[in-house]
Design a protein around this ligand. Sequence first.
Ligand code: SF4
Length: 231
Amino acid sequence: MINCIYRATEGEGIHVGRPQVFVRYQGCAIGCLNCDSKDTWDFLNTSTHTTEEIVNLVHEEGFKGKIKFVSITGGDPLHPKLLPGVIDLAKTLKNHGYGLNIEAAGARVVDELFEIVDFISFDFKTPSTGVKTSVENIRKIVSKYADKAQIKAVVYDRDDFHAALQIRTQMLDEFPQSKVAWVLTPCYNTEEIFPMERFQQIISWNEEMGGFFRVIGQQHKWIHGPDKKQV
Ligand code: SF4
């Protein structure tokens, strides 16, 4: 169940700027209030592809295999309805020599998949999303996958910043050696004019607290506008 497959340059997180092919799965039941991909929610509005067809499309989009990194995103690619196909795709792409990133919404830790991929971008959902991420899930990422993961929190306001700071502090206490990357993504909503003031505030709050986080905006929204898809 695929929404789209497209080539683009990573626009957020610690790998910003890296060209890759995105495989965007269709279907998400998480319901973030500030979701910028609501067209991916519906599980029925789908086109089905075999794993082989997806690999062929990835090959074509990546200039006939020149781009060898794939980001699996959604939607929620870890949803049980999608997961078997995603695991099969991940194994097949690895066999074809691709590097893999999984965009994980924070709702599930899937060891069978996380052990295969090269990088895990794991969401910590802040209060403005209206969704909660379990502390236990964050703990598993910080303790087990720290060498290949980032924890990413979208920040809209000070409440969001403090929620991210609280979980970061708790995990630092529990796992002081963990090298997991902590990223704040200043919220840039669709149809919004670039929120310069929000960016500046988040950067200064982070500096005041000693720079616990890397503050990384969504570059693709600056370049193409916040509403543009498949960029
Ligand atoms: S997990 Fe992602 S796709 Fe699903 S509602 Fe949240 S932001 Fe949207």
